[in-house]
Every structure is written in structure tokens, then in C-alpha cells.
Design a protein around this ligand. Structure first.
Ligand code: SF4
Length: 418
């Protein structure tokens, strides 16, 4: 076992550490890893009140803080990061000491070990370098503002590499940092991320059990983590939830063994897959982590009767999503599940068309959801563990967004000096 798993006595952080103000742009894969960073900086002695996440993406944010600093990337989730950087640099009442934007190379996916790789999209991985360029083109903005820009390359799905990568990337930003301390903090960070994910999966399971018991339909969202950002996903799933349909996200679907063995038992018995998390039957080139989870989500939606509808979201010009449109749709529709896709999402919420689409979806659900659930139940394997669960209260809020960084100790940019 690597030494960083060991529980050695933690050293007192240097006094200045607790005063260190660290800003993290709330962009891209930070949406699925924020608890790792909250756990890491907490373990390094940074006061949670001094860990500042930028606000959700908005046009106003881009206009006020990102104008004139755009870079060449044509993909909106990357492009809008400029506004987040600008907000953290120019929009704080109290100046930050560090702007931390990790170059995440691999993700700690629940599919890890069952798929070829868990790589991030290259545009996402390179974004911190790309966006930085917009703040250096005329003047050295970071240096002018006295902000240390830390952008460590980090392979989050290879935990043995992470302490060294983060130590190298943070040693100049965090006073008195040692390799041993970084290793302990990384250990705490993985624990924090695991606890958060477990908590959301538990909530999702409660929702599914409630749907099974009450014969109610729910919806599954298949999208990238940053589509949880209201400025990128435009809260389409929130509009649907307002009609009373519980919403689940594939990233936080329950993965308990009883449920997985039940859902994928026939495929395992037929030898089509080697584990419930194996997607080789539908997506052999399983290199991209978020893509893999979308494909897996389509499979799970096809197998769980109470998921009556899948809502797919993707951003304008997304080269990673493009090849997945057909397979995802086919997997879902062949099971008799409703499928609706919102593609080419960009900066502006197409409010009118979203409203019409949402009304269309709810119309189909009102009309067909009960039949869809009944048909899927008729062909499901016996012994569904969702049906044997005890009573629980009706689900309230199920969106992962409601439990994200802003409510987990760290703080969203609260007061912008506008
Ligand atoms: S996955 Fe798609 S939307 Fe996301 S950064 Fe890559 S190309 Fe852009």
C-alpha cells in the first residue's frame, strides 16, 4: 500500500496558510471533481471561507469579466471559462492569492477498470493553458494582480501519481508545502469526493425506490458534468422537474451491487459484458471518461422500467458527443423509452424553443409514461431490488447541483466588486 494511504499525524499548517485565498473557476470537470478540491485545500489548512468558486456561467459574467480576452476555442464550455477567470481576478472585494485551475487528464470514474481509459476531452484538459493566454496578451495580468496561477497537470484516475503532480504544481503557491503533507491531503481529497458521490447515489436510489413503489416515472439526464451549470445546460431539467417528474443524472446513478447484478444479470449470463460497468457491447472505443458514462447511462436507462424518458444534452460543436448521438438514441429507443435531445446548446438559452420542447416532453410523458413503465416492467428480470425496499418519503430535490461546491463548505463568489 502506498505510504500516502497511511494515517500519520497531521502537522499544524503554517499560520499564513489559513489566510491564503484560493479561487477555483467553476468550469468543465470541476463540476464533477469539486469535492476533491474542497477536500484537498481543507486538508492543507486553507480556511473554507477563503476557497472561492466563481459563480455559475452567465452572459453577464462573460460580458463583464471576459470581454476582449477570448481565445480561439470554438466550444462554448471552454470559451466561457474566460469569464470565470476574469470574475476571480477582477471581481473580488478581497483579492485572491492563488487562482487554481487544474489540467485534469484522467477522471476517477466509477467505470474505471471496466473501460479502456478515463481520459478527459483534450479541449477540457488544455483549457487552463488556452484561457490563460487571454490574460497575458497585453500585460501579465496574474503578476500585475499579485495572483499566483497554479495549473497542475493531474491524473485523477491514477491516485499514485497525484501527490507528486499536485506537490509540483502547488509548492510555490502554498507556503511550506511538503510532499508528505500533500500525500495526506490527497488521501483526504479522495475520501471527500467518494463521500459526496456516495451521498448523491444514495439519494438517486431513494428516488428510484419511490418511483418503483408509487408506479411513477422519472427522467434520466445524459450530459457532461458541466451541463449542470445553469449557463451551459440552461436548466432544462429544472423546467422538467417543475412538472413533477423526478430527475436523475447518469453520473450519480446508484451503483449498488444488488441493483447492478439485477439490471445487467442477463447480459452477464449471456457473456455480452464482463461486469455491469463494461460497455464494450455498445462502445468499444471507451477512452473518454464522460463519453463512457453517457453510454453506460443509456444502457441503464434501457433496463430500468421507471426511467420513462431520457433527456440528452450537448454543446455546440462538441466533437466528442457527435459520434455518440446515434448509438445513445438507439439504445434508449429500442427499449421503448422516450428520448429527447437538446443539441448545440450555446451561450444563449433558446427560451422559446426550450419551453415548447419541455411542453412536448411532458405531453408525451403524461400520455405514455404509464404504458412505458408497464411494458418495461413486463420484460425486466425477476427480483428487482427497487421493489423490495421499505417506505421512504417522496423525493424532493434530486439535482446534483443542489449539493455542489457552494453548499459544501467552500464558497461561491458572493460579492462581486461591480
Ligand atoms: S467534450 Fe465537447 S463540449 Fe466538452 S470541451 Fe470537449 S468538445 Fe467541448
Amino acid at each position: 500500500m502506498p505510504s500516502w494511504f497511511g494515517r500519520t499525524r497531521s502537522a499544524e499548517p503554517a499560520p499564513s496558510r489559513s489566510k491564503l485565498r484560493v479561487g477555483i473557476p467553476r468550469v468543465l470537470n470541476v463540476w464533477s471533481t469539486h469535492q476533491f478540491w474542497v477536500g484537498l485545500f481543507g486538508a492543507l489548512g486553507v480556511d473554507p471561507r477563503n476557497l472561492v468558486f466563481s459563480a455559475d456561467t452567465s452572459e453577464e459574467q462573460g460580458r463583464q469579466f471576459g470581454k476582449g480576452r477570448g481565445t480561439v476555442d470554438c466550444c462554448y464550455p471552454v470559451k466561457c471559462a474566460t469569464g470565470h477567470y476574469g470574475e476571480l481576478i477582477f471581481g473580488q472585494r478581497e483579492k485572491l492569492d492563488v487562482l487554481f485551475s487544474p489540467m485534469i487528464y484522467t477522471l476517477p470514474s466509477f467505470l474505471s477498470g471496466h473501460v479502456a481509459r478515463t481520459l478527459t476531452c483534450p479541449r477540457v484538459m488544455a483549457a487552463p493553458e488556452n484561457i490563460k493566454a487571454g490574460f497575458l496578451k497585453e500585460r501579465e495580468v496574474f503578476a500585475d494582480q499579485g495572483i499566483h496561477y497554479a495549473t497542475p497537470f493531474v491524473s485523477l484516475d491514477e491516485p499514485k501519481l497525484v501527490p507528486k503532480q499536485l506537490f509540483e504544481g502547488l509548492r510555490e503557491a502554498v507556503p511550506g508545502l511538503t510532499m508528505e503533507e500533500t500525500a495526506r491531503a490527497v488521501d483526504a481529497a479522495y475520501r471527500a469526493l467518494r463521500d459526496f458521490n456516495d451521498r448523491l447515489r444514495k439519494k438517486s436510489r431513494e428516488v428510484l425506490e419511490w418511483c418503483a413503489r408509487e408506479e411513477r416515472a422519472c427522467l434520466l439526464v445524459l450530459a457532461r458534468p458541466y451541463h449542470m451549470d445553469p449557463g451551459i445546460g440552461h436548466e432544462i431539467e429544472v423546467d422538467l422537474q417543475a412538472y413533477g417528474y423526478p430527475i436523475l443524472w447518469a453520473q450519480y446513478f446508484p451503483i449498488d451491487d444488488d441493483l447492478m447484478q439485477w439490471a445487467f444479470g442477463p447480459d452477464l449470463a449471456a457473456g455480452a459484458i464482463r461486469s455491469p460497468f463494461d460497455i464494450r457491447d455498445v462502445w468499444p472505443s471507451s477512452y473518454s471518461s464522460n463519453t463512457n458514462e453517457i453510454l453506460w447511462g443509456a444502457k441503464v436507462a434501457a433496463r430500468v422500467p421507471w426511467i420513462a424518458c431520457v433527456v440528452r444534452m450537448s454543446s455546440y460543436e462538441c466533437g466528442m458527443d457527435q459520434p455518440t448521438y446515434t448509438p445513445v438514441q438507439q439504445i434508449v429507443e429500442r427499449s421503448g423509452t422516450l428520448f429527447f435531445s437538446f443539441q448545440d446548446l450555446d451561450s444563449t438559452k433558446p427560451a422559446g424553443s426550450v419551453k415548447i420542447r419541455v411542453e412536448t416532453i411532458t405531453h408525451y410523458l403524461e400520455r405514455y409514461a404509464a404504458d412505458i413503465v408497464a411494458r418495461k416492467k413486463a420484460t425486466m428480470p425477476p427480483g428487482c431490488p427497487l421493489l423490495s425496499a421499505g417506505a421512504s418519503a417522496a423525493p424532493s430535490e434530486t439535482s446534483p447541483r443542489s449539493d455542489c461546491a457552494g453548499k459544501a463548505g467552500a464558497r461561491t463568489t458572493p460579492e462581486r466588486a461591480r
